[in-house]
Ligand binder design. Structure first.
Ligand SMILES: NC(=O)C1=CN([C@@H]2O[C@H](COP(=O)(O)OP(=O)(O)OC[C@H]3O[C@@H](n4cnc5c(N)ncnc54)[C@H](O)[C@@H]3O)[C@@H](O)[C@H]2O)C=CC1
Ligand SMILES: Nc1nc(O)c(N)c(N[C@@H]2O[C@H](COP(=O)(O)O)[C@@H](O)[C@H]2O)n1
Length: 281
């Protein structure tokens, strides 16, 4: 536990404890080896209107997060799964997309012994068109058993016409779709994050899947920390990879996303990389 907190604490939401950086691998990249600034150091408008956002996932050495679309794939060993539970305990909410919720049927709770329901994170599923059958899900089951908070389901829809629907085991939240896109089921991320903030969520850990992580890596202004487990294995072609959209400036390819203030540590056979998003020049 001490090793996890030594590595992760500087990258956690502000209320989560002291922020001193240790165990940093020195390299030549910007900020490596330097203590990262306190969370939300530049208090921009967006930082106040949204929760602290951590992106986290487990990746293979070929940048894959599952063997094939919709196939739950274990990459983290027990030691790094423990890191995930530590991180879950330090966030108000855990968010995934419906593309993960349907195949994985996840629990999304912190499975440390004797964690009270009050300290459990709120599971949130972005499911614009209500594809997820929450009634039979593990999330609803855990909520009824008092082992996790009732999940929130985010749907695309006109808030004026549809009130929030609350049930014992889950709650539906409707957010207008993004008027800037042609798809009626795409919700702008600032609106999703603002809705969470308005409902009292001060920190959210976004665990996947590939679509959501890849999208948010292209929105560094919305992301405070990135924590990636790297497992010493290759999943092979045909897997689901994390790959932000290509960036082309003046017809030249540029890196799409880069971390700064990185810190690494080994847990079992896996490495855990922590960093902050470098904003585009
Ligand atoms: N190794 C790891 O750490 C993890 C692996 N996974 C794996 O990832 C795979 C799933 O990835 P994906 O299929 O990409 O699914 P995803 O979980 O990223 O969900 C994508 C779906 O979420 C909804 N969505 C996303 N952004 C939205 C927005 N802005 N507005 C409205 N709706 C939005 C859409 O319905 C979209 O089809 C699974 O195989 C799962 O096992 C998932 C999480 C973590
Ligand atoms: N940290 C991590 N390592 C892996 O190897 C994974 N496959 C995932 N997946 C994410 O964790 C969710 C499952 O959580 P529960 O154990 O059911 O609580 C899954 O839905 C992905 O978001 N994560």
């Amino acid at each position: 536990m001490a090793e996890v907190s030594e590595l992760a604490e500087p990258y956690l939401p502000p209320a989560s404890g002291p922020r001193e950086l240790q165990h940093v691998c020195k390299d030549d990249s910007e900020g490596a080896g330097q203590p990262p600034p306190p969370a939300h150091q530049d208090e921009s408008q967006s930082a106040q209107e949204r929760p602290f956002v951590t992106l986290t996932y487990a990746s293979s050495l070929d940048g894959m997060i599952s063997l094939s679309p919709g196939l739950r794939t274990t990459l983290s060993g027990p030691e790094t799964k423990n890191v995930t539970h530590y991180l879950r305990l330090h966030h108000d909410a855990i968010l995934i997309g419906v593309g993960t919720a349907i195949p994985d049927d996840p629990s999304l709770n912190c499975r440390y012994p004797s964690v009270s329901l009050d300290s459990q994170p709120r599971p949130v599923v972005v499911d614009p068109r209500k594809r997820f059958d929450v009634h039979g899900s593990k999330l609803a089951q855990l909520a009824v058993q008092g082992m996790g908070k009732a999940p929130w389901l985010i749907h695309a829809g006109d808030r004026k016409g549809l009130d929030e629907t609350k049930e014992l085991a889950f709650e539906r939240i409707y957010i207008d779709s993004d008027r800037d896109t042609t798809s009626p089921s795409v919700i702008a991320w600032p609106l999703i994050l603002r809705a969470l903030k308005q409902k009292g969520v001060d920190s959210v850990m976004i665990e996947g899947g590939a679509t959501i992580i890849s999208t948010l890596l292209c929105m560094p202004e919305l992301v405070d920390s990135v924590i990636v487990t790297i497992a010493p294995t290759w999943l092979g072609q045909g897997g689901v990879s994390i790959a932000p959209a290509a960036t082309v400036v003046d017809r030249e390819r540029r890196n799409s996303a880069t971390l700064k203030q990185t810190a690494w540590r080994q847990f079992g056979a896996d490495a855990v990389l922590c960093g902050r998003m470098r904003l585009a020049d």
